[in-house]
Write a new protein. Structure first.
Length: 143
């Protein structure tokens, strides 16, 4: 039953990414081009994600999911080097490719080589992340 609801939720999420324009690389890059031809429409997409999630964190406190397991805890509010480095790398990749992982998967539904190239690069980055994190942690510990 969990797999069925996960499949349904993933389908709705992917459809939302397509409808909102998050799979359109030119729209995403237009959002990031604040000094050029800026496209502010993705602010509504971001607000449409942040507001419900803030409410959901409040509503899940002290509750259990209907289909079992536990809700994840809220993220730590600390600002460490891992968060900063990860955010910079994510933002750089998002700006260069115009896609992040969810929209890249959703974009596979209508084909195109760009999504496949992005997913290959993302997989390579995921494989490289643990050794790079160890190296960064070592640098942070030695200073």
């Amino acid at each position: 039953m969990r797999a069925l609801f996960g499949f349904i939720a993933g389908g709705i999420f992917g459809a939302g990414l397509v409808v909102s324009g998050m799979t359109d690389t030119t729209k995403v890059q237009g959002w990031l081009d604040v000094f050029g031809d800026w496209d502010p429409t993705l602010a509504f997409v971001l607000g449409g994600a942040i507001v419900p999630m803030a409410i959901a964190w409040r509503l899940t406190m002290g509750r259990r999911p209907a289909l079992g397991g536990t809700f994840p805890p809220p993220p730590e509010p600390t600002l460490g080097h891992n968060l900063v480095v990860g955010s910079v790398l994510f933002g750089a990749g998002w700006g260069l490719a115009g896609l992040c992982p969810g929209p890249a998967l959703a974009s596979l539904s209508y084909g195109g080589l760009g999504g496949l190239v992005f997913l290959a690069a993302m997989a390579a980055g995921m494989l490289a992340a643990p050794p790079v994190r160890g190296w960064v942690d070592g640098l942070a510990g030695s200073s």
